[in-house]
Design a protein around this ligand. Structure first.
Ligand code: AHR
Length: 515
């Protein structure tokens, strides 16, 4: 064996939070319209929700869904999506340059979430709006009947408070692309005021401040320090967003692909830096709570296509004033994922689990059609992308506590991160049910590696040969692999890249010492 993964019982990170397996639904392209909602589809239910999509969302194991944006939220009026559908206004969405029909809004999304069995994480508009709209939305969503806005919700058919606990105070307010974007000092003051007032309105809320849009923003670090120091008393989470893609995908450049396969190094650095800034803010406030990280946008996104679209618009606008198209639910950001993308998403999930003492919530971006694990063909079937599988296995089986295993691994050379381990792994172990999960990826583009795993250190498993005697055994093993890293699933051939079941007895040899 050229790699060894062994469990050290002292390397327990924390309990695995259910919210780590969150996702994200934004009013963007065909995520909502033609994604979760398509009333004319043969599989649509009485509310217009696609049952085939709902079934896949459940199979994916999503626990919590962030809504309604994203960049979209920064020019959104939440009221537009409430009340009788035929009276809802049609608006322009400046973030994605689309027409928003408002056929779906918070009432509808609440109904969808109940069917999906998912918690809602709601974002408020800090771009074109702010404190007043946030307080009104909170009253509408969570208020007990008897006040004007809560009663409006009841009149709209939802009697019970929606009880949304987790609220994002804006989205990516550090980004120059964001409607109403702010400097660190401006946002620090704004989020402090909004969070303070929201907590006066309702106790028990868990509030998320915008963190940096990536670890490469010019204000990264400074942003977190200023925002968290100023608003420490009123905050529970700070967000982190990170997208990765293979910059050499068009030319099949091997060095760039190798770099991409090691993207989780950047995510780990991001988490550690934000956690350090949160601790500095805690100290400055003489505080006694840790601000947690909500990694509420993560995944693979081939951003070059979108950047080119934006460039084209800019060029157009140089030709004088004109009326651009504002399409309804166009095909936007519909990335088709490769086998290599699934490896990267697996390693990002492993990284989140390895840091789940600080990352207490995460949302893979996004859920359907838009940079998504689930694709929904118009009037046609829904199908799973390659990246569906690593998420699904973690969401289904990662329970109990997370452990960072000791990994002795061959190294790979990368341009961005230097020499890194080829094998990345995490272990979860639930002592009460005595079941566990080992997630591992091989990030080496050029070689397969045999991995020896020692389970002896699992608490309650017994040491060495005792592990076998204590009955800890491998009951199932699955592997996602393709000789061609660029292979994808498609609507026509959705089962091209799928995990295969290994036979624990035949494929995984156990040594007498329990490895
Ligand atoms: O998920 C797509 C976009 O990425 C979101 O709208 C925005 O928050 C981020 O830049």
């Amino acid at each position: 064996d050229d790699a060894i993964v062994s469990i050290d019982p002292t390397a327990r990170v924390a309990d695995v939070p259910a919210r780590l397996f969150g996702s994200f639904v934004e009013h963007l392209g065909r995520c909502v319209y033609g994604g979760i909602y398509e009333p004319g589809h043969p599989q649509a239910d009485e509310d217009g929700f696609r049952q085939d999509v709902l079934d896949l969302v459940k199979e994916l194991g999503v626990t919590c869904v962030r809504y309604p944006g994203g960049n979209f939220v920064s020019n959104y009026n939440w009221e537009d999506g409430t009340g009788p559908r035929e009276q809802r206004p049609v608006r322009r969405d400046l973030a994605w340059h689309c027409t928003e029909t408002n056929e779906m809004g918070i009432d509808d999304f609440y109904k969808w979430s109940r069917k999906a069995g998912t918690e809602i994480m709601l974002a408020v508009n800090m771009g074109s709006r702010g404190l007043h709209a946030a307080l009104e939305e909170l009253e509408y969503v969570n208020g007990a009947p008897g006040t004007a806005l809560a009663d409006r919700r009841v009149a709209n058919g939802i009697e019970e408070p929606m009880d949304v606990k987790m609220w994002c105070i804006g989205n990516e307010m550090d980004g120059p692309w964001q409607v109403g974007h702010m400097s660190p000092d401006e946002y620090a003051a704004a989020v402090d005021r909004v969070a303070h007032a929201m907590k006066l309105a309702e106790s028990g809320l868990e509030l998320v401040a915008c963190g940096s849009s990536s670890a490469h923003m010019p204000t990264f670090g400074e942003w977190e320090r200023k925002v968290l120091t100023k608003a420490y008393q009123n905050l529970d989470f700070v967000s982190a967003h990170a997208y990765y893609h293979d910059h050499g995908h068009r030319t099949h450049d091997a060095a760039l692909m190798q770099d991409f396969l090691a993207s989780s190094e950047d995510m780990a650095y991001f988490i550690d830096t934000v956690a350090a800034q949160a601790d500095t803010a805690k100290e400055a406030n003489h505080g006694d709570k840790d601000i947690a990280i909500s990694f509420d946008e993560w995944g693979v996104w081939y951003q070059d296509a979108w950047n080119e679209q934006e460039e084209a618009w800019k060029e157009d606008s140089d030709n004088g004033l004109h009326h651009e198209p504002w399409p309804v639910a166009p095909h936007l950001l519909e990335d088709i994922y490769t086998a290599a993308d699934a490896v990267v998403e697996g390693s990002l999930m492993i990284t989140l689990l390895k840091h789940c003492d600080r990352v207490r919530s995460a949302s893979r971006a996004q859920l359907v059609n838009v940079i998504a694990p689930i694709m929904a063909e118009e009037n046609g079937p829904a199908w799973k992308q390659t990246i569906f599988y690593p998420f699904a296995v973690a969401a289904r089986a990662a329970r109990g506590d997370a452990y960072v295993p000791a990994v002795s691994s061959p190294k790979i050379a990368t341009a961005s991160y230097g020499e890194v381990d080829a094998i990345e792994a995490v272990v979860t172990w639930d002592e009460t049910t005595r079941t566990g999960l080992l997630l591992a990826v091989n990030r080496d583009l050029n070689a397969a590696h045999d991995v020896a795993v020692s389970l002896a250190g699992l608490p309650g498993a017994g040491a060495g040969a005792d592990a076998a005697a204590a009955g800890v055994q491998v009951t199932a093993a699955r592997m996602l692999h393709s000789d061609d890293p660029y292979l994808t699933n498609t609507a026509e051939n959705p089962d091209t890249v799928v995990p295969v079941d290994l036979d624990p007895a035949a494929d995984l040899a156990a040594d007498a010492d329990g490895t």
